[in-house]
Design a protein around this ligand. Structure first.
Ligand code: IMP
Ligand code: MG
Length: 175
């Protein structure tokens, strides 16, 4: 099968939006240090660009969770892969996610982090696919773009580990 990619959100549009989100975070957290908690691996490219648009003391941490099962069986099971124990107590944490899809990952992360006694926890996501949501009440404080129910790749997002380094977000088509 042939894989083709159609641009959905271009490089300049992403860059503009990342600058706006960075400025908003800079304003909202004025006088504080923020800890960006990137989700491996999808959130890495977004985090790298966003971090440089926040004019505050920025710390970076990373977390890896896997969600397994599919929609018909054992959907929504999330497992922590890394780190075994995160030291985030007292920190202002902003989770930096590539995409909120069904919402299991983001919801699990928020619950998990609240148990570590941080000063605050907010969610920042590059993309949101609200049509696919299964978990109610996932609040995205900082959002790049809302997209339709399409499988997308690029700017951190992958298909079978490919396409993460594309500078744009594109729809993946199998032909
Ligand atoms: P959720 O738990 O269903 O919200 O899943 C979120 C995770 O699924 C994301 O962090 C991505 O790793 C992956 N994912 C969901 N939709 C897409 C997509 O369109 N392209 C690539 N990865 C996706
Ligand atoms: Mg992810």
């Amino acid at each position: 099968m042939n894989e083709t990619i159609e641009v959905l959100i271009g490089e300049e549009e992403i860059s503009r939006r990342v600058k706006e989100i960075g400025a908003q975070i800079t304003k909202d957290y004025a006088g504080k240090a923020v800890t960006l908690l990137g989700t491996l691996k999808g959130g890495v490219i977004f985090l790298a660009d966003l971090a440089r648009e926040i004019k505050l003391d920025v710390f970076m941490e990373f977390i890896k969770v896997s969600s397994y099962g599919n929609e018909s069986e054992s959907a929504g099971k999330v497992k922590l892969e890394y780190p075994e124990k995160a030291d985030l107590a007292g920190k202002h944490i902003i989770i930096v996610e590539d995409i909120v899809d069904m919402g299991y990952t983001a919801s699990w992360l928020c619950n998990y982090l609240h148990g570590l006694n941080p000063a605050s926890v907010k969610l920042c996501a590059l993309l949101n696919k609200p049509e696919r949501r299964k978990v109610k009440g996932v609040e995205i404080e900082y959002l790049g773009f809302t997209i339709p129910d399409e499988f997308v790749v690029g700017y951190g997002l992958d298909y079978a580990q490919k396409y993460r380094c594309l500078p744009y977000v594109g729809k993946l088509r199998m032909e």
